[in-house]
Write a protein that binds this ligand. Sequence first.
Ligand code: ZN
Ligand code: ZN
Ligand code: FE
Length: 757
Amino acid sequence: MVARRIDIEGIVQGVGFRPFVHRLATELGLSGQVSNHTGGVTVIVEGPAEAVERFAAELPRQAPPIARIDSIRSEDTEVRSLAGFEITASERTGRGAIRVPPDIATCPDCHRELRDPADRRYGHPFINCTNCGPRFTIVRRLPYDRPQTSMAGFPMCDRCRGEYEDITDRRYHAQPVACPVCGPSLSYRPQSDLDPLDAARRDLAAGKVVAVKGIGGFHLACDARSSGAVARLRARKRRELKPLAVMFRDLDAAREHAEIPAEAAELLFGPRAPIVLVPRLPGCKLAPEVAPDTDAVGVMLPYTPVHALLFDGLATDALVMTSGNLSDEPICTDNEDALDRLGPVADGLLLHDREIVTGCDDSVIRWTDVGPLMMRRSRGYVPFPTRLPAELAPVLAVGGHLKNVFCMTRGQDAYPSQHIGDLEDEGVLTYFERQVSHLESLLEVRPEAIACDLHPDYLSTRWAEERAETLGVPLIRIQHHYAHGAAVLAEHGIEEPALVIAADGTGLGTDGTVWGCELLRIDGAEWERVGHLRPIRLAGGDVAARETWRPCLAWLEAAFGELSRDDLPEHLHHHLLSWPVIQGAMRMGINSPVATSAGRLFDAVACLLDVAQQNAYEGQAPMRLEATAVDTDYPMEWDLREEESALILDPTPALHALLAGFLDGVDVATLAGAFHGSFAQALVRGASQMCRDQGLQHVGLTGGTFQNSRLLCQVVAGIRREGLTPLWPRESPPGDGGLALGQAVAASLALGAGRPS
Ligand code: ZN
Ligand code: ZN
Ligand code: FE
């Protein structure tokens, strides 16, 4: 007989960890106990040495899928001859990791029961267990117990209570546990005699648009194989071209349309069940209107019982499932609000009476040749934290302007919020405020500082200014690209000095110009801009981000000097007419900031190659350029030079080659591919030169431009060839959704270094 005490730290509460420990110990015939406490779980097991060893080895291996073990300490202890194995009452002292887990996709066991006519939850649209179901989105306040969730209004029936209280049951302490007797129910509008699911199926089969209430909000759904249905949804949602996500009946159905590597399938099937962007197959039967600008498709599998049931008896195996909102508004979560806002958009609404307390959009991951790239971190991930390399002061970081996410730090953890949206509209700002106070209350933390972007006009910045004043705490303004860099380094646990390539649309620089393709040397709270794209004047401010011909002519003029009609391809001729006026404004510096934006350079090339004349939504032109590009060894170079102690990356030679090639009739796919290659090569050359000069090993790759998988993969390969270590975002997005994490880390470091702005 031996006894062992095992302390486990990490995210091990509210994820079914104690029942799991109980099961494992009982299987191995061990006695002992398990208890929850601040920061973790403590297990004591007693029994034959061999069984205790097995237990210790299997514990991390078999842990529940959503748990995250940060550390395990194990020590021999005195044998007390405990009888049996018990779960002792949990102490609620101090603050451990957050006790509210993310929403978890329906688990395989529940899927099986859902389909089993002998099971009492056969066909029950709200089936869930300890391993799955809604969590974050139903919690009103702590502690995370049923009366504090929107399941409070559904008292458990005797059988459900029996399961809930039985340690050996899969539903032990599953807060949202429910059955057809005691659980929530579905309804359909317009009302009819039909079963609500049948009514929804009938409308979907008829090519109509149906709003479906899910976990973190409503989706707008329609048959993804019907051009008419998709076009109707787009017109009503006022989302003309931006790609729409598609939910497939199952993996086999998805594989008929998209190329899904095994690891991507694991993500789709996993507890987080994000949207995964994968390449479309040539035989793809989805309506072309689903994602006209890209050769990728956003794939989802049914992650709630309602989704799974919806596909039963439906002819189509693919439904568009896009956020239930009008473009730019926050996601709809409430029945009344949905009838109001989505009523005019949808032909029918599939509702249920379990309230969504907190909205949470679907997460999006892009599958690339170098693995998963986080695009939007939301449902399934939030509110779990990102582990930081060191403990930091508590800070609230408000994030950026577009694709806003905010973030709070506590101890050694940073808690990025769910996707909030574009902070351009009052509705989104209200949603933002509500979520900030909700997360503050879940974390029970009061920030010692507020962090925001340098840009004075972001709504988030203005809100942060007011908030800091109200709370009487310092406001720390963090430069945009430094924040991008701090985020990627923090998630990889890098504390030593590193180089970061931050490439994106725009962010305000410390010199008042617009930055967007930067080489930064980052050393904790210290950082320096050591290189950047050649700066040019961008005429038209925000208009320049929509109309690609503006950066195109600006770049061509920078590369060639005076522009003459005879030297330019025909599709640019009519823009030349407006050019003299713009030039005049540029010379006088009116609404034409100096910029080093990577996004605008991609826009310029997309325009030059006649691939995209506009950005109808953020990133459209670069996305089309990427979709056009093919692998090629067509020669294309950039010029790199030192200027005033910074390394300048100048695409002039590449622009010459692009224009000449285009006029010579070289095919556009080759030119687009060569441009990607030349850009990647310039970044790699610049980064490796800097790393050699400064003795750095790690190269962080971040900023919205790295959502481009072709660019990311080529830069990663190039950095590795140089013997350096590339790091790209896996937990927080490279785009502005990742800013808040970096702001929080940077501001905490500044506080620690005694340097509030
Ligand atoms: Zn389950
Ligand atoms: Zn029940
Ligand atoms: Fe950015």
